[in-house]
Design a protein around this ligand. Structure first.
Ligand code: SF4
Length: 370
């Protein structure tokens, strides 16, 4: 991909739930759909999102089948990674879509949405605003951070859906809520048309060039992500980064150090909101699935061990060493920047930060204000 060029994701077809025919979102998507992509109306979009029985790789096939349907359940939920075993950041997740057109070899969605891999976008997403109103009222003055980038990339299809504009406008008027849009794209054009009034943070998951090349298929190159981050920062958005998953390959220390330097070259470090760190972790079934789908991926065959939480992780001394190096490097360019760990135990947190993790609500409020 040329730096800054719009990303296009190939779609085999678009399936639209009958009852959504007249929704605004369907109109927008159909107007922006590349010529030649067949569309079809279906009675129940949930069925259309199931794995294709005849596909050699049903998960990959799901990533090329866009399903526009009504969401039946709640939009807002706790982060799926939250657990009392981990130091938790108090993140809330807004589910406006499911699955992602990019294909990172380590992605947990390979397991998490294996039973319904169709790319789903929920046409009734505006109903989420009622849930958010309630949460904002109940939380009173407590700042909350709410993201759309857990079960989908927040911006992958934004050129077609323009959902980000509605979200940014909604959050602009909610002083105790912060929206986090998390992405591996450079799809920021719609964001640049809005004034977030300090209430939207855009975050990028960032990996060294080598990981991008071997493992982050169809994502924007790291430099394009950094360039997009600089543009949204200049347009009034907050900006943060997730170094996640951190992978311990030969040369990783040098590559991650270079990545932090590069980050500091693109974004004035004092203007960053936070950086999160998270080591590669995989349940046994995700690891098996990922290794089957990406046979030659060198990032999936590191020195990992099964940890007490049932996930394979990089051997702890090696993982901690990388965390320490990264923390030192980040502190060098941004001494006061909040850094937090994702899906690590309080013990690992203490060994890295020399202090106990903050309670989730406290850390959540700190990150929402950052
Ligand atoms: S960009 Fe994120 S959601 Fe999409 S495949 Fe990669 S890790 Fe998964």
């Amino acid at each position: 991909m040329r730096l800054g060029a719009p990303m296009t994701f190939d779609l085999d077809r678009v399936l639209i739930e009958d009852e959504c025919r007249s929704s605004d979102l369907v109109e927008r998507v159909l107007a922006a759909l590349p010529a030649g992509v067949p569309t079809e109306f279906v009675a129940d979009g949930r069925e259309a999102a199931r794995p294709a029985p005849d596909a050699a790789d049903a998960f990959a096939a799901g990533k090329r089948r866009l399903v526009l349907r009504r969401r039946r359940g709640a939009f807002l939920m706790g982060c799926p990674a939250a657990s009392n075993k981990f130091a938790c950041c108090g993140y809330l997740v807004l589910v406006l879509a499911s699955n992602c057109p990019m294909d990172c070899s380590y992605c947990f969605l390979q397991e998490y949405v294996a039973d319904n891999p169709g790319l789903q976008i929920f046409t009734n997403y505006a109903e989420a605003f009622t849930e958010l109103d309630r949460v904002a009222r109940d939380a009173q003055a407590l700042p909350l951070r709410i993201g759309t980038g857990e079960l989908a990339d927040s911006l992958a299809f934004d050129r077609m859906t323009r959902i980000s504009a509605d979200l940014v406008d909604y959050f602009a008027g909610r002083p105790n809520l912060t929206l986090e849009l998390k992405t591996k794209t450079a799809e920021i054009d719609n964001l640049l048309t809005r004034d977030p009034k300090g209430r939207t943070l855009v975050s990028w998951s960032l990996s060294p060039e080598r990981v991008f090349r071997t493992s982050e298929h169809r994502t924007a190159p790291p430099e394009a992500r950094l360039g997009a981050a600089r543009k949204v920062l200049e347009a009034g958005y907050k900006v943060a980064f997730h170094l996640d998953p951190i992978i311990a390959y030969d040369g990783a220390e040098r590559d991650y150090a270079r990545l932090i330097e590069q980050l500091g070259d693109f974004i004035p470090p004092a203007r960053l909101s936070f950086i999160s760190l998270g080591g590669l972790r995989m349940t046994p079934s995700l690891r098996k699935r990922a290794r089957e789908r990406f046979l030659a991926d060198p990032m999936l065959v590191g020195e990992d061990v099964l940890s007490p939480d049932g996930r394979y992780r990089t051997f702890t001394p090696l993982r901690l060493r990388l965390y320490h190096r990264l923390r030192e490097q980040i502190s060098r360019i941004a001494p006061a920047l909040p850094i937090y760990l994702c899906m690590e135990t309080p013990d690992i947190h203490r060994r890295l930060m020399a202090e106990s993790p903050l309670p989730p609500a406290h850390l959540g409020a700190t990150l929402a204000r950052a």
